[in-house]
Every structure is written in structure tokens, then in C-alpha cells.
Design a protein around this ligand. Structure first.
Ligand SMILES: Cc1ncc(COP(=O)(O)O)c(C=O)c1O
Length: 376
């Protein structure tokens, strides 16, 4: 099997620990283990755990609490994985097959794109496009393109909502349209909802769970919860599909990890879950306006649509340089790591992560400005 390189992740793995300013992240500063284990009993309980193999699908307690994050969901609908990437991998590895096709939302975190190229006969893009209405811009779903992308051979449609890298959220009408198109095609609808809960304004993004009998949700604790170090992801699916995932998981990592399962169950206790998500939104709501002040001084260099979720903003730039070349120069010459439009299925743009310390982020952005102005 041939698989294409996942450019963005390869770059982050190689360089994110070497640069002075890593603005390639999409999450917020993580909590410490000690903040999750508050109280002697909790510490005692954690350190006295015997390191048996964990339950393959994840502990009942964790699955019960994950299920509470979705409407009408039960522990039998959940399987816990090692990170959101494994949740996506397990899902697409199980569902994609030769002879079938994947319809994939673009722009995106391009994992599904690469997996579709490897496991299915091909991938068909449908896009989020910039749309203006009464002076207000948003990233809207191109429904006509979605209809064209879904053919009788399509067995999976993949959406990322809220979206990475645009931070946009589908409207209720767009969600209904996606479900209608999936239903007509009889295709599985896979919704990567790992940024759900990290909204800039308004309520928690509605889930696709429960809108169609062939919906699969992938998610995890790395993004909206800011806890990437736990490597906890999950899939929500009908029980028959959970069983099929088990058959594949047995050839992969077999189980999640015991200590992360323990800590993740603490995170997903409903009150704690909501307080961690509120903390993430606080960081985003504090930092985004400061990034926007910086961007307003750069309107000859950048245009952007305000993200609706996530600790990142996607900006188009005006200077004549390819985005991969630009991020390579920023890394080598200015020690700043950003992701490129190219790495998300877009073109001349940069994704700026702002969920870590805002002062340091602004210092990194000053270096971005220096290099880019030199290229004008
Ligand atoms: C949309 C999306 N899904 C999944 C992942 C992978 O998550 P994890 O780090 O938990 O493997 C990412 C990471 O950036 C992402 O942006």
C-alpha cells in the first residue's frame, strides 16, 4: 500500500521542539496532572493503580462519561483510542475499501485525505468557500460541490466541524444538507468534532451524533480540552460498527493506556468537563482580540475571516510567495513555526495558533512581519 506523506504533521514532528516560536499549535496551554488530581484521595487512587492491561474499548466509567457529552448516547456507542488521529485512522481504515470513494471537506486537517488516497479508490473534495452577506464574511459549505463530490461509489463523507484550519462552524441548515446528501447516497458520515467546545462565542457546537443512523463521530481531549499529552481520543458509532472497529484495533494498539484512561475519566466528569472547556474558551476569548489588533495593523499583508472556534486563525496573505516556501523561510530564518495553506488544501495562507502565551505569540508574529515585509 502506498500512502502519501502527511506534510503538516511530518513538519511538526521534525521541528516543533527546535524553533523559538511554535505558532503551529491549535490548542491552549495544557493543565498539569496535579490540577486533575486534586486532593489526597485522588492522588492515592491514581498512584495505587496496578498496571494491568486496560479494557480494550476504554473503561466503562470513561465511556459512560464520554457518552454524556452527546445526545442519546450510551457507553456501547464508544470506543476509546490513542489520540484523535487514531480515532480517525481506525474509522477510515475500517470503513474505506477498494472500490469505494471518500468525499472529504477541504480545507482540513489532511489525515483523511491521505488515508482516502491509500485505502479507497480515490478522494473527492468539497469545499468551504468564503461567502459575504451584508458585509459579513464566513466560510460556507459549497453544497453544489458536495453534491458533485458524492457519487454512487462514495461510501464515506468526512466533515471536520468546527473546522481546522478556518475555525468555522456549519450552520444548522448546512448540517441538515450534509445529512440529506449522506442519506441519499447511503454513505457513512464521519464528523471529526475534536474542536467542539472551543467556541469563540455562543453555545457548544451541535454534534452530528443522532442525526442519521450512519453517523460516526471522532474526537478526543487534545484540542478543545487542551490535553494532547493524554493521547485520548474516541469514536462514537452504532454498536455494530464499534464491533468492527475492535477487529481492526486488535491489529493496531489493542487498547488505550491505563493511566490516560484514569485521568481522562476525571476530565470527562460532566462538571469538570464543562469547567475545562470554559477555561479553553476564556483563553481563546482573551487572546483572539489581541491577535486581531495585530492583524488590523497588517491589512496590507493579511486578510482573514474571524474564526468561530479554536485557538487559531487562518489568514490569506498578499505577497507573491508559495505558502510552503514561506513557512520554511520563517522557520529557518526567524525560528517561527506556522502551518501553510498548502498543508490544508488551500493556497497562499498561514494558520496562526494563539492558545499559548499571548506575549510570546506576538513576539513570534513580529518576526513573521519582519520577514514578510522584506518580501513585499
Ligand atoms: C481536526 C483534527 N482531528 C484530529 C487531530 C489529531 O488529534 P490528536 O492530536 O489527538 O491525535 C487534529 C490535530 O491537529 C485535528 O486538527
Amino acid at each position: 500500500m502506498q500512502i502519501s506523506q502527511f506534510d503538516m504533521i511530518r513538519m511538526q514532528c521534525l521541528y516543533e521542539n527546535d524553533v523559538e516560536f511554535d505558532l503551529s499549535e491549535t490548542t491552549v496551554l495544557p493543565l498539569k496532572v496535579s490540577e486533575l488530581l486534586d486532593g489526597t484521595d485522588a492522588v492515592e487512587h491514581f498512584i495505587s493503580r496496578e498496571l494491568y492491561y486496560p479494557e480494550a474499548q476504554g473503561s466503562h466509567l470513561l465511556r459512560e462519561r464520554i457518552a454524556q457529552f452527546y445526545p442519546d448516547c450510551k457507553p456501547e456507542n464508544i470506543t476509546v483510542t490513542n489520540g484523535g488521529s487514531e480515532a480517525n485512522y481506525l474509522t477510515l481504515w475500517t470503513l474505506l475499501e477498494p472500490g469505494g470513494r471518500l468525499a472529504c471537506m477541504i480545507p482540513n486537517y489532511m489525515q483523511a485525505w491521505g488515508l482516502g488516497g491509500a485505502y479507497a479508490d480515490g478522494v473527492d473534495a468539497f469545499r468551504l468557500v468564503k461567502q459575504e452577506s451584508a458585509g459579513h464574511y464566513r466560510w460556507a459549505l459549497d453544497l453544489e460541490e458536495l453534491e458533485r463530490a458524492v457519487s454512487p461509489g462514495t461510501n464515506v463523507i468526512l466533515v471536520t466541524n468546527p473546522n481546522n484550519p478556518t475555525g468555522s462552524i456549519l450552520t444548522a441548515a448546512e448540517m441538515d444538507a450534509v445529512v440529506d446528501i449522506a442519506r441519499k447516497a447511503g454513505a457513512w458520515l464521519v464528523a471529526d468534532e475534536i474542536y467542539r467546545g472551543a467556541e469563540v462565542e455562543g453555545p457548544t457546537t451541535p454534534s452530528f451524533w443522532g442525526r442519521y443512523e450512519k453517523v460516526v463521530i471522532t474526537s478526543g481531549l487534545s484540542k478543545a480540552f487542551g490535553l494532547g499529552g493524554l493521547r485520548t481520543g474516541w469514536v462514537v458509532a452504532p454498536p455494530e460498527l464499534i464491533a468492527a472497529f475492535g477487529i481492526h484495533f486488535d491489529y493496531l494498539t489493542v487498547t488505550p493506556t491505563l493511566l490516560s484512561d484514569h485521568l481522562s475519566a476525571i476530565v470527562m466528569e460532566p462538571q469538570r468537563r464543562e469547567s475545562i472547556l470554559a477555561r479553553t474558551r476564556d483563553v481563546i476569548r482573551t487572546n483572539l482580540p489581541q491577535i486581531e489588533v495585530w492583524l488590523s495593523g497588517q491589512d496590507d499583508l493579511f486578510t482573514y475571516i474571524r474564526p468561530e472556534a479554536g485557538a487559531f486563525v487562518y489568514c490569506d496573505y498578499t505577497i507573491p510567495i508559495n505558502s510552503t516556501e514561506l513557512i520554511n523561510r520563517l522557520r529557518v530564518e526567524q525560528s517561527v513555526l506556522l502551518t501553510a495553506g498548502d498543508q490544508h488544501g488551500l493556497d497562499k495562507g498561514l494558520r496562526i495558533g494563539f492558545g499559548f502565551g499571548i506575549e510570546k505569540t506576538l513576539r513570534g508574529l513580529a518576526r513573521v512581519e519582519t520577514l514578510m515585509r522584506g518580501l513585499m
